[in-house]
Design a protein around this ligand. Structure first.
Ligand SMILES: [Zn+2]
Length: 117
């Protein structure tokens, strides 16, 4: 991952967060030119990013503190664990759904078979 790229994660409450160079940002507001993301140490820091529709940084404000990759990675890790749990639930559902579809198809081919006979 190149240092100038942004990555997305979620806050504990499920709000979107953007990680950039070890800083975390929370969604602030939509501007005509993109979306403004503010440093999540609000009040302490005025760092921000403005991202366009392609998630490219078109503007940024400097942070007044050092980057904290540990904090960012910890957040990403928690989110990835949650995603894993969600995925396995989704897989169960997909299997059930597939099984039902197969049954329907079998019934369908039986009917077709009867018609041919
Ligand atoms: Zn900051």
């Amino acid at each position: 991952m190149s240092a100038s790229q942004v990555s997305y994660t979620k806050s504990q409450r499920g709000a979107d967060k953007v990680i950039h160079e070890g800083f975390m940002h929370t969604r602030h507001k939509e501007l005509a030119r993109g979306v403004k993301w503010r440093c999540d140490l609000r009040g302490e820091c005025s760092g921000y990013l403005v991202l366009n529709d392609d998630y490219k940084i078109i503007e940024k404000g400097d942070h007044t503190h050092t980057a904290d990759w540990g904090r960012c990675k910890a957040r990403e890790f928690v989110v990835s664990l949650k995603k894993k749990a969600e995925r396995s639930r989704a897989n169960h559902f997909a299997k059930d759904h597939f099984a039902k579809k197969c049954n329907l198809k079998d019934i369908g081919s039986n009917i077709a078979g009867n018609l041919v006979d």
